[in-house]
Each structure stands twice: as structure tokens, then as C-alpha cells.
Ligand binder design. Sequence first.
Ligand code: AMP
Length: 282
Amino acid sequence: MRVISSPNKIRQALIKYKLKGKTIGFVPTMGALHQGHLSLIHQAVRDNDITVISIFVNPKQFGPKEDLNKYPRPEEKDLALCEKAGVDFVFHPKSKDMYPDNFTTYVSVEGLSQVLCGKSRPGHFAGVATVVTKLFNIIQPDIAYFGQKDAQQSIIIKKMVRDLNIPLKIKVLPTIREKDGLAMSSRNSYLNIAERKKARVLSQSLNLARILIQNGARDADRIINRMKALIKKKAAKIDYVELVDPDTLQPLKKISKDYFIVLAVKIGNTRLIDNFQGRCLN
Ligand code: AMP
């Protein structure tokens, strides 16, 4: 496994394989790797000749009051996990490698980036779309892997790839969860013991919605209100709980064939997200 920080150097290293017709799988991450990241890496290793992972805590996707400085960076452990998982290249740039002085170009996926997490984190998805575009240009993968855990991000990246004719395939893989249902996230490490217990309420509220829908509930407000009541009982602060169309991310009044339940909740100072994508056949 090679660890490379320079965009030009990794591009040069990968060109050799591309010229031989080898396929390249790519998993962009911010590090602090857990089983969620590893499920993407394992799939990339299975699907491709060469697997590249990037580890870059992208400053452009953090707001001024967000956790950029305290975001976990367990570098040695991450590299050991990559090596064990069969990764061929780790792209681990410094901020100045990605954003040289006087960097002024941004990618913005209009509409989808302004709702849900985009409302509470202005500029976040422009930061994500910009860094992912740069990473795609640098790595030039055949397939890039994303997690359903960050569903809005995956939808935005797919739209961007389509709108800008970026020549690669996007694969979105299921959310990996802890035994009690909490979606794995690098930010779970911020939770103390009491908060960790409270954090179960995210997946519990999604399960509640699923049961209500299975039992015939179709009215979005009713389902959302039941979820909110459960979350508030656990003293968690709600950012949003919404039932939306999975393509447009616009609110649904009634459950339709394909629906998407998304939520962001603050447990203490830690903002956590989760979602469930469902299909209703009647
Ligand atoms: P991050 O390091 O948080 O930027 O995440 C890198 C990639 O891993 C993104 O595509 C995430 O959606 C994905 N990911 C993060 N957590 C999980 C999880 N629990 N299950 C599946 N994928 C995940």
C-alpha cells in the first residue's frame, strides 16, 4: 500500500494502471475509519483491480462554528485498517495540496443542496461537491463508493455526476449500524456514556415510523409528529425530521410509492443524522 499526499503524484501513479486497462475503485473519506467505511472499502476491493481511498478532513465543508479542529484524526490506526482491508493507495493530502492560495472555484448543486442538512449547514454541500469533484479529477476512478448513511450527500453527488457528465459510476451502499441500531459515524466518539444511550433514539424513531407505515399510516405530519414526540422524550434537540421524495428531497404530504425519512438531531453538542428509504406498495 502506498500513501501519497500530492495530487500530481497519485495521478501519475494511477495512470500506469489505467493504461493497462485496470479498473480503479475509489472511496472518499474524512478518516477515523469504522465498519461503515470498511464496508465501502471491501466492496471496492471486490469490484476493482486497484482500490484507492482518500483521507482528507475537508475544511470547505465545515461551517465557522463546526467541529473542524476537533474532528478525530487517528492516522496510524486508519492506515493499518486500510492495509489490512487490501487498499492499494491512500491519498492523504494536506489542506494546501487541495486548496492552494487564491483558490476560488466552487461546484454547487442547486436545489438539493439548500434543503435538510443544507438549511442548517449553509455552504456544506458546496464544500462537499467541490472536494469530490477535485478528488474525481485527481483519481479518475471507474467506480466511486458512498454510504446511504449520508443519503443527501449521495443524492447530490449522483446528480452532480449526471449534470457534469463525469465519466464514472456511483455505488451507494447500506448504512452499517451498531448492535443497538445507532448508525456508525466518526462523530459518535464525541458522545459520553449517557449521550450514547440517548443516541439510540434516532434509529428508534425511524423504526417507529416504519411500524406506523406498515400499520397503514400515510399522513406525513402524523408520522413526523410521533417521531418528534419520541425524540423529545429523550431530551434530544431536533434539527429536522422530514418525510421527503427521494429524488427531489421535497416534503411529501402523504406517503407515496417511494419515500424517504430523514432526520438530524443534536445529542448534547453532537449533531447526528440518520435516514430510512422505504417503498410502499399500496
Ligand atoms: P466520512 O468519512 O464521514 O466523510 O464518510 C465517508 C463515506 O463513508 C461516506 O460515503 C459516508 O456516507 C460513508 N459512511 C459513513 N458512515 C457510514 C455507515 N455507518 N454506513 C455506511 N457508510 C457510511
